[in-house]
Design a protein. Sequence first.
Length: 355
Amino acid sequence: MATSSTEVPSGPTAPAGPAHLTPGDRVGLLRAMLLMRAVEARAMNLYRQGKVPGSFYDGFGQEAVSVGAAWAMSAADRLCVLHRDLGAHLVRGVDPATILSQYMGREAGVTGGRDGNVHFGDRRTGCVGMTSMLPDMMLVATGMAMAFKLRGEARCALTWFGDGSTSRGDFHEAMNWAGVQRLPVIFVLENNQFAYSTPTHLQYAVDPIERAAGYGFPGVSVDGNDAEAVFEATREARERAIAGGGPTLIEAVTMRMHGHGAHDDMKYVPKALVEEWRKKDPIDRQSARVAALGHDVDALREEVRAQVEQATEVALAGPMPDPATATDRVFHPRDGEEILLEDGAAPWSGFGATS
């Protein structure tokens, strides 16, 4: 049975609430979502101005999924970040100017101009560079979790993927191996109800939560537009994984409010459905919670707006990479050259950082 936008998500529902969140955490969740939306909106404008090559993909309306999940993970954990999960990079401390530089192929981007768009990661932040064909990152996260288990490390891997990914063999291979080996991995299904233009009821006949049970581990369905619900489900899944309980599938039910990419006008999505989900905006929901704490939400929005303005100026002023360095960081270094072997320290703004 496919989950529709008007039904309560099937399977057990994770509770939302501040039990494990400080007031600072709750403000931090909102700030990260606001920053994600603002950075992506600016990048979209730059794309339309011809300053961002290729295409452009955003996560408008899905900010709670990446931010909420990333907030629940520790700095030692590894995140496989996909094209609608920019919030995870922001939670991990990546500067907006660096992200905008990345989109524009500038030298100051995460990959130094060697790749564009969302194909970037940085071992110092614990974010793994994205492989475009989805859901290949499920296999990557499963492999990392296997390494954590073999080395006896109290670490967890997490990956996001879309509902369309559940129709590919990679999904089943990763789920099966993770279940058999009881690996410390969390699979976050961003059920935004359309795999490009294919609605979920034409994708699968078995609910994703039932599929998790079929591979021998729990699945939980949450409101993907509620950052605190996503956080709580992820926090519980991580505790279980670290304790040796194995993987968890989290289905975050949400809606893709923009097209698959900047090139897509999403005429195939009923307008009434879009309007229904517009009323469930995750930023509006978290804003109401933060305002109830006595925090000035308007001031926070202005702070984020100013930060993105400054980041844009910095990114636009940055140079393009020197063609002479095109092979740097691409091939293995020659004898005598250094290579980073140890994870470096990274800024951290997630769970507990604001306690």
